[in-house]
Design a protein around this ligand. Sequence first.
Ligand SMILES: Cc1ncc(COP(=O)(O)O)c(C=O)c1O
Length: 384
Amino acid sequence: MNQHARMDSQPIPFIDVAAQRRRLGKAIDDAVNKVLNHCQFILGPEVRELESQLAVFCGARQAVSCSSGTDALMLVLLAKRVGPGDAIFCPSFTFAATAEAAALIGATPVFVDVEAETFTMDVNNLERGIATAKKLGLKPKAIVPVDLFGLPADHDSVAEIAEDAGLFVLDDAAQAFGATYKEKKLGTFGLATATSFFPAKPLGCYGDGGAVFTNDDALAETIRGLRVHGQMPGKSEFSEIGLTGRLDTIQAAVLIEKLKIFPEEIEARNRVARRYNKKLGQVAIVPRVPEGYTSVWAQYTIRLESGRRDGLAAALKAEGIPTAIYYAKPSHRHEVYKRFPIADGGLPVTDKLAGEVISLPMHAYLDELTQDRIIDAVKRALGN
Ligand SMILES: Cc1ncc(COP(=O)(O)O)c(C=O)c1O
């Protein structure tokens, strides 16, 4: 077997965390070793350092790190005293954690539809969802738009509806930290933004982690207390019911090193996406980035006519190319979430997308040879 043939049959990773690990090797080893030596494993100096770097990176006044993206969402809702009887509007076409954060604290997630072109919240349907919640006797409290697959939601339109209805906005940017909307980075829209540092995210650590961003100093302070069981900074009293919600110092040390190369990695992801778009636009519906938006491409997701997806996934698998389906079953279709309301009229776009989407390998270390192998295989499978 010659060199080229051998490469052609090697399995391709869907997200190559190991490639980045190889690149950063010693820098991360040294950063972790520093923590191992100073032994301040909880809220050590790296945590504060990371928080100030994250705040500068995205332009928010405050960054509060925490234990996961789900906890980031929940900490904001807890700080705003959201609870039973309150309606939280969120898409169903997202990871379950978006609705889970509201449900965990006893509030009611109300599912609204998304737009097919961007996969993000459909603001017309959001208005319908608000009316549905009122009809059910719920108190509309917050909108949680999701910046899905790395692309920002339509934040201006969401903000307009939030203002009219007297709701606050909690942006779920778990998949999209680093993306921009009208030249501003995510982390600066709405009252607060939550993100995740799960290893597969565009900016991921080596375990679980997350952060909240806000320009509201008092809110940030409350969240700093809530992530330590409700003990407010500098106080001995427990004044709130909180949780163990801190980011480990070791994870902060890892993230400080990763943040240094993050802008370059975002560029690399965009290069891959542009190339995919150019070469696959004829055989599938490729993702569109609206004017004035940038994406960090947490996923590169194409759409096919219903019924063609399984064939593509099987053909690619046979060639060592993994695919993933986000989301074959939107949140409102899961048994455990069926008890929560959906906007009157149903979620037709969400249900349609669930049968059409398929994501291809995407990461900053996907070289052109490998991209071509994927592109050629997709074209072959789709009969072009
Ligand atoms: C849209 C969205 N929200 C929230 C989360 C939760 O983040 P975590 O896994 O860090 O709790 C995720 C994680 O995949 C996500 O994709």
